[in-house]
Design a protein around this ligand. Structure first.
Ligand code: ADP
Ligand code: TPW
Length: 585
């Protein structure tokens, strides 16, 4: 203590010692916690290892993965399930790039996520002087994200995180990139100044109320319809307006089709559900109301054969109502006669207010036609499901999954593959909202284990992941993560020895197997055993049933190698027609 002029005064160094200080690491953690974010999905390394440690020390849940893509997918689906942005944390350059596929996929699917990545020093990166893991990450992330920001001063961390949160969840949700150069983490500043720099975001996803005349226009169109149809998309599932959506469907009496991840918004067994009559209702409907669903390839762009095609009596005459938060979505593929722009909660409640007790039910003829087609198709499917061929095929295996999900309606079903995806979607009924998570808008493989981990972590419910053997391979190493966190996840690998099927042969007759073929008779169940999980080899529906029941009961991480007839299924599942060689014909 002391100096020459004043022997009892503190030196600047001593002042520094007694003043409470904070740093970049702490400010990132404080900013996230202040905004109610309690979980980070990521993979440690320079410069963010200490951030993961300090976050854990500060009481956050830090879920570490074996590959950043899986951490990114986990964060994205956590965002979808909770409406809070999921956080994915990666190291610079290669770790960042590994996370980028998930960021782009989240943006494409309208999932709110923030990819926070450490990065190398700007001074070196911008002069391209060859830093450790050098890369201009912000520039690379920009076109793939809804928004991208970089923070250079610790005092701006609060603003950076606030902006990232708003960008991720307001309006149409999406992926946001936040670049944090290494130097930032060690920067210190006065703790009080640090605290003042943080922002608790007020109303991060403001309601967007639709215009009255837009709502009326939609109601008028719907009221005049002879063959109305409602299509629910994953935007409707995300919005968490479950009770109002159900009331809208039931009060209007209109048949509805759920898109894949909207299944369960109303139970798939609901009498107005038209899933089993999809190919009938799409061309036949005269007025279609889309709620949180885009007219992209998954709905054949609203035109062409799926919708009746040129020869059809109503060709070009179908009318569309589209409820969406994005004003740019309308007319993206065909004319939207009545766009209703706003958040789904507000839009559906405004529509509901206009659908009073005197609302006319759709013409009985239309309802009867839909019901008849459903009955026929359900009977056909029941016949197929009742068969018990040896070896097991997709149908006999999925008959089991269908029963298990029916008995455990709060379990979350994760699903990827080609045939494994398409058959599961059409066979396994869902009973509750946001219980079906899958490959989404891109049809991307690799979401499986990331989604499964996050679904278990954020919901605490059992998770069933139905995976094609090829699909599983993209994220398979995360079975270690399932075991490490002891998550109640039951992975069912539909093993048919390859991509789509296991029967292709090398046309040149050489020593290599065909590009779609894997090692025959592989034992995926052994993988999870390596980490202490439960592995089961199932060759019959009875064995599969027993193993799934036990997995749900025990809540132990389980992987069932379900052996499927390698000749079952078709190339690309239900989208064979998109193969260029099929198009040429
Ligand atoms: P699906 O694949 O199920 O058909 P899409 O991903 O194509 O669904 O469409 C989802 C749509 O939902 C997007 O156009 C998006 O803008 C919209 N959306 C997402 N969240 C909301 C919300 N809270 N309110 C209104 N629209 C929303
Ligand atoms: C990132 C292309 C679509 S479906 C699929 C691939 C490789 C696997 C199909 O085989 P699987 O399922 O999983 O065994 P099944 O039931 O038909 O036997 N890379 C990415 N995404 C996609 N969509 C592909 C490749 C693909």
């Amino acid at each position: 203590m002391g100096n020459v002029e004043n022997p009892v005064a503190a030196t600047p160094a001593e002042v520094q010692l007694v003043r409470e200080m904070t740093d970049g690491f702490q400010l990132v953690i404080d900013a996230l916690k202040l905004n109610g974010i309690d979980t980070i999905f990521g993979l440690p390394g320079i410069p963010i290892t200490d951030l993961t440690r300090k976050a854990q020390a500060a009481g956050m849940r830090v879920i570490s993965f074996r590959h950043e893509q899986n951490a990114g997918n986990a964060a994205a689906i956590a965002g979808f399930l909770t409406q809070k942005p999921g956080i994915c944390l990666t190291v610079s350059a290669p770790g960042f790039l590994n996370g980028l596929t998930a960021l782009a996929n989240a943006t494409t699917n309208c999932f709110p996520v923030i990819l926070i990545s450490g990065s190398s020093e700007r001074e070196i990166v911008d002069l391209q002087q060859g830093d450790y893991e050098e890369m201009d990450q912000l520039a690379i992330a920009k076109p793939l994200a809804k928004a991208a920001f970089r923070v250079l001063e610790a005092g701006d961390i609060g603003v950076g995180i606030a902006r990232a949160i708003r960008a991720a969840v307001s309006g149409r949700p999406g992926g946001v990139y936040l670049d944090l150069p290494a130097k930032l983490f060690a920067q210190t500043l006065d703790a009080e100044a640090g605290r003042r720099s943080l922002i608790k975001v007020v109303d991060p996803a403001p309601r967007q109320i639709p215009a009255k005349d837009a709502v009326q226009r939609a109601l008028d169109l719907l009221k005049g319809a002879k063959r109305p149809l409602i299509i629910l998309g994953k935007g409707a599932a995300y919005a968490q307006a479950d009770a109002d959506i159900r009331a809208l469907i039931e009060r209007s009496g209109i048949p509805y089709l759920p898109m894949s991840m909207a299944k369960g918004l109303l139970p798939d067994t609901h009498e107005q559900c038209a899933s089993a009559a999809r190919s009938f209702v799409l061309p036949e409907a005269d007025v279609v109301m889309l709620i949180g669903a885009r007219l992209n390839w998954l709905l054949s762009h609203g035109k062409g054969k799926t919708w009746g095609g040129k020869g059809h009596k109503d060709w070009g005459g179908q009318k569309f109502i589209q409820v969406d938060i994005s004003p740019l979505e309308a007319d993206s593929n065909v004319r939207i006669d009545a766009p209703v722009v706003g958040d789904i909660g507000s839009c559906v409640s405004a529509l509901l207010a206009g659908i009073g007790a005197s609302w006319p039910k759709p013409p009985a003829e239309w309802l009867a036609a839909v019901a008849e087609r459903k009955k026929q198709n359900i009977a056909k499917m029941a016949e197929t499901l009742a068969k018990n061929p040896a070896p097991m095929n997709f149908h006999s295996a999925l008959n089991v999954v269908r029963d298990i999900v029916k008995a455990n309606p709060d379990a979350i079903l994760v699903n990827e593959g080609a045939n494994a995806l398409d058959f599961t979607r059409s066979i396994v009924d869902m009973y509750q909202p946001r219980k079906r998570l899958d490959v989404g808008t891109w049809g991307v493989m690799g979401i499986g284990m990331g989604f499964a981990v996050a679904a278990a972590v954020v919901s605490g419910k059992p998770v069933i992941a139905v995976e094609g053997d090829s699909a599983f391979g993209f994220s398979g190493m995360e079975v270690e993560t399932l075991c490490r966190y002891n998550l109640p996840v039951c992975v069912v690998v539909f093993n048919n020895n390859g991509v789509y099927r296991g029967t292709d042969v090398n046309p040149a007759g050489g020593p290599d197997v065909a590009p779609t073929v894997f090692v025959k008779g592989a034992r995926y169940d052994k993988l999870i055993e390596a980490f202490g999980g439960v592995g089961v080899h199932a060759t019959t529906p009875a064995e599969l049933r027993k193993a799934m029941e036990e997995a749900i009961r025990s809540r132990k991480p389980t992987l069932i190698n379900a052996v499927i007839d390698e000749t079952a299924g078709t190339e690309s599942g239900r989208i064979t027609s998109l193969n260029p060689s099929a198009k040429k014909k």
